[in-house]
Design a protein around this ligand. Sequence first.
Ligand code: ZN
Length: 159
Amino acid sequence: MAILEIRKDEDPILRKISKPVKIFDEKLKQLAEDMIETMHEADGVGLAAVQVGRLKQLIVVDLYDDQGPKVFVNPEIYEESGEKLAYEACLSVTDTQAPVPRPISLKLKAQDLDGNHLELEAQELFARILCHEVDHLKGILFTDKAVDESLMKEEEVQE
Ligand code: ZN
């Protein structure tokens, strides 16, 4: 296990497109473990591989519930419904929080670390984190989608 360096702010890698994972080997498992450790060390709820300088379609999420950390390889959101505004932040964006509209629920296809295909539904905070992390794989940061703070009716601080 190792703590990886989190890329931040104007680092150009954050704007690059991540590539699909095709090889499901021990190196991929090691990277996922290191990403989980790095996320925990930074008190984050999600991390994409690009944020530690690897352009792979790999994300980790932890809701700090009884299910433990989750790993999604080649994640793809294929259905969204509803919309809700809430504050977001990002381990790669220093000292910034802003309201971002995200779907209230979504469906996601992905693979696990062995390459098995899976599908799941996510709501509320879990859906928001998945959107945020999948955006990272496309070179999109939450600040690209943030709206004016005056549009926030209720305050909810996340990530
Ligand atoms: Zn982020």
